[in-house]
Design a protein. Structure first.
Length: 64
């Protein structure tokens, strides 16, 4: 998989968390993004299928 050079995700971008979870950005904050989880192959559970991820803990894999 090839990662893009873009550091901070924008609304609608697809991201990959450092632990392998994938999601779509729903809101961008100063230090984090709120993500709708689309793929979770870990044992982690998320309330409402959304979570907050710090900018340093993801990579943008597809631009909106």
């Amino acid at each position: 998989m090839i990662f893009m050079a873009k550091k901070i995700a924008e609304l609608g971008d697809h991201i990959l968390f450092k632990n392998g979870i994938k999601g779509i950005v729903e809101k961008v904050n100063e230090n984090s993004v709120i993500v709708n989880i689309t793929e979770n192959k870990t044992g982690l559970e998320f309330e409402g299928n959304r979570t907050v991820v710090a900018h340093k803990n993801y990579k943008v894999i597809h631009f909106a």
